[in-house]
Every structure is written in C-alpha cells, then in structure tokens.
Design a protein around this ligand. Structure first.
Ligand SMILES: *Cc1c(COP(=O)(O)O)cnc(C)c1O
Length: 404
C-alpha cells in the first residue's frame, strides 16, 4: 500500500520550477478549503483568479458530470455540441464573430499573436510584423508569449528570442506613438495588468491605443485572461472602457477551474486563420467546453456581475481599516474581485512575506509581483467569508509588522 503524499514528495518528484506552500488542500467547497489534517482555510487566491465560482460549484459539477457520462474528447477531426454552443454563446455575448478554443491563457495568446502576424502577412505583406506590448505585462509562458511579455526574467536564458517585438510603457501613449508605424501588426495589452501588479489602464490610454491602431491598420489585442469572465464585474473589461479590440483572449475564470482558453475575433480578422494555419489537439474538448459554457452562462448575469462590484467595496473598506491600524499599504486598487494592495515604502518588496503567515492564520492570498498583495476570490464568495477571511488576513499582517 502506498503512503499518503506529503509536501516533501514535491521536492523529490517534481521539477523544481515551483515552491508551493507547505499545506496540501484536499477538498474545497465554495470559498473554503480543507487540508490533509482537516484544517480549514478561506480562499482569496481562487486558484490564481481561476475559480470564478469557488470550489465545486454545483452548476459546474453538474455540467462536468453530465458531460462526463456522454462524451469527453474527439479532437478537431470532428466537432462537438458543447464546443459549438460555447463558441456561439461567446459571440452572442461579446463583440466577437469567431472563436478559437484551446486549453490555457498562454495558448490563447499564442494563437492571438500568430493570427495577428498572419493577418498582416496576408493583407499587407511580410514587412508588417512588429508587435508592441508593454513593460511589466504578462501573457503566458510559451516562448512567443514570454517574448511579448514585458518581464525579461521570463524570457532570458532560453536562447534567441523571436524578433519584431518591442515594449512601450504602460499607460503612456507617447511611448507607443514613438514605436508604432505602418509596419506594426498588433498591440497587445491587458486592460488591467494582473501579474504586473493589478495596474488598471487609464481610459485615455486604451482609447488612444484604439486610435493609433486604426491609424496604422494594426490589430488591437486585449489579453483578458485574468480580467475576463466576470472578474472585474463585467463579462469582459473592454466593455468597462467602451474600447473594442480586434482580438480578445480569455482563459482562467472562463473554465471555473477546468483548463480551457478562448481567442475571440472578428469576421475581418478570422479568415487569416485558414485551414491548417494553427491548431491544438485539445482545443474544443467537449468536457472543457461543457464546463465553460455553464460558467459563462452563470457568470454573465446581473446578480453575479453586480455582486462582484459590491464585494469589491466591502473588501476595500476592510483593507483600508486594516491599513489605518497597521500602515502597511500605499494604495488599494483594482476592480470587481481583482484587488491589489501595494505595499508602503517601509514594507517594499515584502508582499510575499504575508502569504505563509496568512496560511497559518487560515486564509489563502496571492501576490502580484514583489510589492503587491493580490486578492482574487470567487465572484460569489459569501459576505461572511470575506469578513472572516479579512480578519484572518489582518492577524497575518499584524504578525508581519511585529516580526512574529
Ligand atoms: C495567467 C495569465 C496568462 C497565462 O495563462 P496560462 O493559463 O497560465 O497559460 C496570460 N495572460 C494573463 C493576463 C494572465 O493573467
């Protein structure tokens, strides 16, 4: 008989690219988790902004179980009903006319970047290949997406990076004006920089990017992998700004915990992804599509979306109260249930020190870079869990401040 897995097994059997916390959760329900010893935690991490409806939401469990008895996978040699329904649903609820399905955010962005390059190649010629993105941006871990991402530490040490990629400064239109011209095929941007520190774009910035892209016939690509699927209190954050992209990528919350990604685009752009240009064995997987379909239908309602905005106010008020007592934060920002608390200068770079203390106090949180504490709980987290979770978080913060 084999023994129960332990945290030490991670170091023994897994490649060392992660350093997970010491506890091993074994069960989740809503916004609560239980570890191997039966200790309970409140989950403000949400699987890194993935579990949009918490753990084991009955609507998603039902979608998964009923599809599990019917059909799991066919590849793209055949199509299937859940994938077609999901694609139709996404086009009906957004600007998009066409959808490409895949299994992760990185894959959705890889598809978006290849589509943009190919569209420009087909419609303008080989010279139109420059991609503009932004410092501190994050677009995934494939080699193309780390190259486009604005955090060099993720692309260094892997050999020559693909060419034709330049980085401008986020929320600085002049820095884009200096780089954009008729050889630019795409500008890729997160409406709120997630991994980069929960940094919202200004209205002027996104509207300006749209204008600049129109002037140079470049495609505007919104990476909504983190901001999408209701996270900011709208199905997609582009509607908050009234700025419509040519390509939008979605993953994380759209599967509610099941691996699925989607790239959305228009009839003008989609034809460049012609037969054979791109693909993925798992893209449009029936099980994944069935869960995502249920998630999108459940999330895109006034109750869930409006609830996310109400919860933001509650969380912000509590964090401000904590800050009045302990003075650890410089700014509390974000939208919906994507909340960032930037550390005050005295605690520069110490956001990650809060996480293990928070676990000891019974709450799971995240960071976004070294200097921002990030909370991305379930969109339907009960008020009681928010209040109790923030009490636990306050105890962790008090311990960090007092050095205990
Ligand atoms: C998480 C994230 C990605 C990468 O998604 P994966 O599913 O990890 O590949 C891409 N872009 C943004 C904005 C993200 O937050």
């Amino acid at each position: 008989m084999s023994s129960r897995p332990t945290r030490a097994d991670f170091d023994q059997y897994m490649v060392p690219n992660y350093s997970p916390q010491q506890v091993i959760p074994v069960r989740g329900e809503g916004s609560r988790l239980w570890d191997q010893d039966g200790r309970e935690y409140i989950d403000f991490a949400g699987g890194i902004a993935v579990n949009a409806l918490g753990h084991c939401h009955p609507v998603l469990v039902e979608a998964l179980k009923s599809q599990a008895d019917r059909l799991w996978h066919l590849s793209n040699v055949y199509t299937n009903e859940p994938a077609l329904e999901l694609a139709r649903e996404l086009t009906e609820r957004t600007f998009a006319d066409k959808v490409y399905l895949c299994s992760s955010g990185g894959e959705a962005n890889e598809a978006a970047l290849k589509l943009a390059r190919r569209w420009a190649y087909d419609n303008h010629g080989e010279h139109k290949s420059r991609i503009i993105s932004f410092s501190q941006s994050f677009h995934g871990r494939t080699f193309f997406t780390v190259s486009v991402g604005g955090q060099p530490k993720y692309s260094q040490g892997f050999g020559p990076v693909p060419g034709g990629i330049v980085h401008a400064e986020y929320n600085n239109l002049d820095s884009v004006r200096a780089l954009i011209d008729d050889n630019t095929c795409a500008v890729m941007v997160e409406p709120i920089q997630g991994e980069g520190g929960i940094l919202p774009a200004t209205q002027e910035f996104l509207s300006g990017l749209r204008e600049l892209c129109d002037q140079h016939d470049a495609l505007l690509v919104f990476d909504e992998v983190q901001t999408g699927a209701g996270r900011t209190g709208s199905l997609y954050a582009y509607t908050d700004y009234g700025v419509t992209p040519d390509i939008l990528t979605s993953a994380k919350g759209i599967g509610g915990g099941f691996p699925v990604g989607a790239m959305l685009t228009t009839d003008r752009v989609a034809p460049a992804m012609a037969i054979g240009t791109h693909g993925s064995t798992y893209g449009g997987n029936a099980l994944a599509s069935a869960v995502a379909l249920a998630a999108v239908r459940f999330i895109d309602t006034p109750e869930v979306l409006g609830g996310a905005n109400k919860r933001f106010e509650l969380i912000r008020e509590h964090l401000e109260t904590i800050n009045r007592k302990h003075g650890v934060f410089k700014e509390i920002r974000g939208k919906g249930l994507l909340v960032g608390a930037e550390m005050a200068p005295e605690y520069e770079g110490r956001a990650k020190d809060i996480l293990p203390l928070a676990i000891e106090e019974g709450v799971m949180a995240l960071v976004a870079g070294p200097n921002v504490l990030r909370l991305a709980p379930s969109l339907v987290i009960p008020e009681q869990d928010i209040v109790e979770g923030l009490e636990r978080l306050e105890r962790a913060i008090a311990r960090m401040v007092s050095g205990q």
